[in-house]
Design a protein around this ligand. Structure first.
Ligand code: CUA
Length: 296
């Protein structure tokens, strides 16, 4: 992050300098045609060498050196981090599927990791090329059809780190975000155990009605809710959807109001997305919301 601010700062100075020089040249040309080249050719040549070769070379070499120091630092977590684990990240248009090999856990757009642990991210894609990027934790890694690309992710401190698809992948590329939640190892294990379990059943009447709707409407032909008859994998796994903090790949917060708006008219929130407008009544939407809210 620090590197990014440095690059922005230096690029801004260079940009303003270039614009300033252009402005000066323009003013001078307009006012009585002062010579730009000619009697002061030696000075002009020196300026060209300084600004055209000298400064850019110095800036690029410095940034290259600093960027490499940062990248090397990011690639090698402290030796104290002896434990390691693997997370599978699968890019979809336009969301992220997250799997924890060796467990039943499947989730979407929210990766939980334990702090102080080397996390091997194996990045693949279900469709086009995406790029998995969590700037605070690791560099970018492209997801390329037919390839398993790997990157090491490491968080020394607990917290939530924003991630984003960094390769143009279609209409909703900009809304293909995710969150990485780094937690102390014990909290992470509790989370993973819950994530691996099948969905809890509900006794609330409206939620039961919503469950019926989910299984009979189109929902079940795209989504999976483990422990039920819904086993499709076109859209995100919803077994524990209410445990996630965002919806629609980090585009909107996960609360009853936004969830209702999303179900009622997904194309208004994410045009071009594969989630269709189901033409449900308001009470049907509320029943589905009640059911999905019961899935912790
Ligand atoms: Cu996925 Cu851009």
């Amino acid at each position: 992050m620090l590197l990014w601010w440095w690059m922005l700062g230096i690029a801004t100075i260079v940009f303003l300098g270039a614009v300033g020089m252009l402005g000066i040249a323009w003013v001078r040309r307009r006012s009585a045609g002062l010579p730009i080249l000619g009697e002061r050719e030696d000075i002009n040549k020196r300026l060209v060498v300084l600004f055209g070769i000298g400064i850019p070379t110095a800036v690029l070499v410095a940034l290259f050196a600093v960027a490499n120091i940062y990248l090397i630092g990011q690639s090698a977590p402290p030796a104290a981090a002896s434990t390691s684990m693997t997370v599978d990240v699968i890019g979809h248009q336009w969301w992220w599927e997250i799997r924890y090999p060796g467990t039943q856990a499947v989730t979407a757009n929210e990766i939980h990791i334990p702090t102080g642990t080397r996390v091997n991210v194996v990045a693949t894609t279900a469709d086009v090329i995406h790029s998995f990027w969590v700037p605070a934790l690791a560099r970018k890694i492209d997801t390329i059809p037919g390839r398993n690309n790997r990157i090491l992710m490491y968080a020394s401190r607990a917290g939530t780190y924003r991630g984003q698809c960094a390769e143009f992948c279609g209409l909703q590329h900009a809304n293909m975000g995710l969150e990485v939640v780094a937690q102390p190892p014990s909290a992470f294990r509790t989370w993973l155990t819950n994530m691996a379990a099948p969905a809890q059943s509900t006794t609330v009447a409206s939620a039961q009605a919503g469950r019926q709707l989910f299984m009979s409407q189109q929902c079940a032909s795209c989504h999976q809710i483990r422990g039920t008859s819904a086993r499709a994998t076109v859209g995100p796994d919803l077994t524990h959807v209410n445990s996630r903090s965002t919806l629609a790949a980090a585009e909107i917060p996960n609360d009853p109001t936004h969830l209702a708006a999303w179900i009622a008219n997904p194309q208004a929130i994410k045009p071009g997305d594969r989630m269709p407008d189901l033409g449900l009544s308001r009470s049907q939407v509320q029943q589905l919301v009640a059911y999905l809210e019961s899935l912790h």
